[in-house]
Design a protein around this ligand. Structure first.
Ligand code: S3P
Length: 267
């Protein structure tokens, strides 16, 4: 009995080794296709192709009895492959801009995780450095003081990233800015220089829903829908003037969906 089990185990070990070798072969091919796409100036990520692979294998193994397990298996392989691709995309940073409640921080964190890149949250850094919340800074020193701090932070980050690029140590980052960061032309210019500008938008009801009960945005406190709508309209012009690389409507979408859409459209 023991001998029989040992023999079966040897078979399992042999299969694992074969699978590991096949997996490495697949990763090599993935690397090669990324390079070929780059050389041809084609976007690296291709969601449709992923769906096609899943569909084709599902059809091929239809009626095998273990169809679900096989589908799960190929999904895992594709997830690992995607994770690998994310880590090897171009080194350009991603800068998220847009109105409050469009998901810049949540999506930014997720993007940074997917890209294995450091995450820079401008507002959070200001709060940490000053030891006070944005709402407190607005209440005590006023908005223009906050805008100065915001300018300083963006300028600091801009210098750091350009310095690294000069020394060829460029490190991709995901940067999330406060909704008013692009009000200043200087900020717009700095942010443009350090990465892809991604403008997140959302409809009023999504914003209201995401920020329900929130007391940390002084510019929205006590504002009625019509006032917020008006505010959004005025901001829209400034956001578009930043000349974003892509605009992603986040209304009714999950952070996972939004981050995948951004990656697929940028790289
Ligand atoms: C602001 C947006 C806030 C924060 C501050 C001002 C704005 O950031 O910077 O309350 O002017 O739109 P979020 O967009 O992350 O909420």
């Amino acid at each position: 009995m023991k001998k029989e089990i040992e023999a079966i185990r040897r078979e399992i070990d042999a299969v694992d080794e074969e699978m590991a070798a096949l997996f490495l072969r697949r990763m090599k091919a993935v690397q090669a296709v990324m390079q070929a796409k780059r050389n041809a100036g084609i976007k690296v990520l291709d969601r449709e192709r992923e769906e096609e692979i899943k569909r084709r294998l599902a059809d091929r193994f239809d009626g095998e009895g273990e169809k679900e397990a096989l589908q799960e298996f190929i999904s895992c392989v594709l997830t690992l492959s995607k994770r690998f691709q994310y880590r090897h995309l171009s080194e350009k940073s991603v800068v998220l801009i847009g109105f409050m409640g469009t998901g810049k921080t949540t999506v930014g964190r997720l993007l940074a995780e997917k890209l294995s890149a450091p995450f820079e949250e401008i507002d959070e850094q200001i709060e940490k450095e000053r030891g006070r919340s944005i709402a407190e800074i607005f209440a005590t020193e006023g908005e223009s003081f906050f805008r100065r701090l915001e300018r300083e932070k963006i300028s600091e980050l801009h210098q750091k990233i350009l310095g690294e690029a000069r020394e060829s140590r460029s490190l991709r980052r995901v940067i999330s800015c406060g909704g008013g960061a692009v009000l200043l032309e200087e900020n717009r210019r700095s942010l443009r220089e350090i990465g892809y500008l991604v403008l997140l938008t959302a409809d009023l009801s999504s914003i209201r829903q995401r920020l329900s009960g929130d007391r940390s945005r002084p510019l929205l406190l006590g504002k009625k829908d019509a006032q917020v709508r008006d505010f959004m309209k005025r901001r829209e012009e400034i956001y578009c003037a930043s000349n974003p690389d892509i605009i992603v409507d986040t209304s009714g979408k999950s952070p996972e969906e939004i981050s995948e859409e951004i990656l697929g459209r940028l790289y």
